[in-house]
Design a protein around this ligand. Structure first.
Ligand code: HAM
Length: 439
């Protein structure tokens, strides 16, 4: 008996016997070198969204499953096949968000935002979850940057949201290309759906298994089936654009006029119906112009969803928005060898040599920082040469050097990083001296 106990102990103590735990399939760590890109895209998108009047919100990642069933649609692939849904410990049916629009509209209704001046412009970013087959550009956890403008049906707003994301992508150095369509109102779609089903039924034996189901449940999705056998059939289908109601048609023409006026590269894609049920009228996707034909998918997807709020218990509220996939945008940036802009530009590097100088540097660093000086240091680097190399990498204008002699004399050396000229300044004058030089 005692022997057995000893064996058990040994097993538990040996870490080598345990299987290494890794991330789940389709999920990944974003390491710091990669996160630089994410941070840059988020920063740029946030700055530009704010300039257009959007304000950031944060909604929970976990929501009631029925939010997505009602909004995205119970028969869509996203809800039917890809939702991470489960019963929690309180026996509620909950799901990890597969997208953000449903939560943003829920939040708008829940917090009575219809009483604010309309449109209410919101943005948020964060992880979304879809149990998809992992492949290039498709993850099970991925980041979206999402904007929604709620409370206006003005087609000018459709153009504005598209122009905003187009400009975000352009400012990152990418060459965006818009594909756009209008799928009209649910009423105007009824007639078209009937025609589409009638047409596709003729080829029933040739269409894929998925589309056979779609014929019954969600015929519009036939239009963007990616299988070869279905694509050749879809080529000959009637086009939704020819069956739009008057209002949808007039609105769509205006949206296109605005885009043309702004000189945006777009093409009409009559098959662009999108994979979420809430869309009405304008739908669009944005690709990197040189990547459009590849199967890595759109960088951005969006559209109008004028009928969504009532599905979630709210009043009629028109809305439009888009979501940008951060992984896909970052992948394009890397392919194009576009480096992210450095987050913060520093002006001063504080170097210290020896223990006493290190101690004093904490106080000096904080004093300068609190006076608004953009200062950086690296407390774990010892030698002066290593620290000055780092200062050059940060592209600072000046380095402050605190050595043993300076501690005794109560002074600091200020070094011009371009000319290499050095001067000694009394400690109590250094803040003023730095501020004077940086002016
Ligand atoms: P979505 O087209 O499903 O639209 O997704 C938007 C973007 O998220 C895609 O263009 C893609 O860049 C990225 N994305 C989607 N799924 C994945 C995945 N599995 N892996 C990596 N990236 C992915 C929506 O989500 C709508 N909520 C957009 C919207 C906002 N419509 C109106 N407002």
């Amino acid at each position: 008996m005692p022997r057995k106990k000893a064996q058990f102990k040994r097993k538990a103590a040996s870490p080598g016997r345990k299987r290494r735990i890794q991330t789940l399939t389709g999920m990944r760590d974003i390491l710091s070198d990669d996160y630089r890109y994410f941070e840059w895209v988020i920063r740029r998108a946030s700055e530009m969204a704010e300039a257009y009047g959007y304000r950031q919100i944060v909604t929970p990642i976990l929501e009631q499953t029925q939010l997505f069933e009602r909004a995205v649609g119970a028969d869509t692939d996203i809800v039917e096949k890809e939702l991470f849904a489960f019963k929690d410990k309180g026996r509620d049916y909950v799901a990890l968000r597969p997208e953000m629009t449903a939560s943003m509209v829920r939040s708008y209704i829940q917090h009575g935002m219809l009483n604010l001046p309309q449109p209410v412009k919101l943005y948020q970013y964060g992880p979304c979850f879809r149990h998809e087959k992992p492949q290039s550009g498709r993850y099970r956890q991925f980041f979206q940057f999402d904007i929604e403008a709620l409370g206006s049906s003005d087609p000018g707003l459709d153009a504005e949201v598209i122009i905003l994301v187009f400009n975000i992508l352009k400012s990152l150095g990418l060459s965006p290309h818009i594909q756009i369509n209008s799928i009209g109102t649910p009423n105007s779609r009824q007639e078209y759906k009937k025609l589409l089903v009638k047409y596709c039924r003729k080829f029933r034996s040739r269409i894929c298994q998925n589309c056979k189901k779609r014929l019954k449940k969600n015929p519009l999705r036939l239009l963007d089936c990616k299988t070869k056998q279905c694509q050749s059939i879809i080529e000959g289908t009637p086009q939704i654009i020819d069956y739009l109601d008057r209002e949808s048609q007039a609105d769509f023409e205006k949206v296109l006029d605005y885009l043309e006026e702004s000189d945006l590269a777009y093409s009409l894609n009559p098959k662009l119906v999108r994979g979420l049920d809430y869309y009405t009228k304008t739908t669009f996707e944005i690709f990197s112009a040189d990547e459009e034909e590849k199967s890595t998918g759109a960088l951005v997807g969006g559209g109008r969803y004028d009928g969504l709020a009532p599905l979630l218990g709210g009043r009629e509220t028109p809305g439009i928005g888009w979501a940008l996939g951060l992984e896909r945008v970052v992948a394009r940036l890397k392919e194009k060898k576009i480096e992210p802009e450095q987050e913060i530009k520093y002006d001063i590097f504080l170097a210290q040599i020896g223990e006493k100088a290190k101690q004093k540097s904490f106080q000096l660093f904080d004093e300068l920082r609190s006076q608004g000086v953009r200062i950086v240091n690296n407390i774990s680097k010892q030698g002066l040469r290593a620290q000055l190399t780092l200062a050059n990498k940060y592209q600072v204008q000046y380095s402050l050097i605190l050595g043993q002699k300076e501690i005794v004399d109560n002074t600091v050396i200020i070094r011009d990083m371009e000319s290499g000229m050095q001067e000694i300044v009394a400690c109590d004058k250094i803040v003023k001296e730095v501020q004077k030089r940086l002016k």
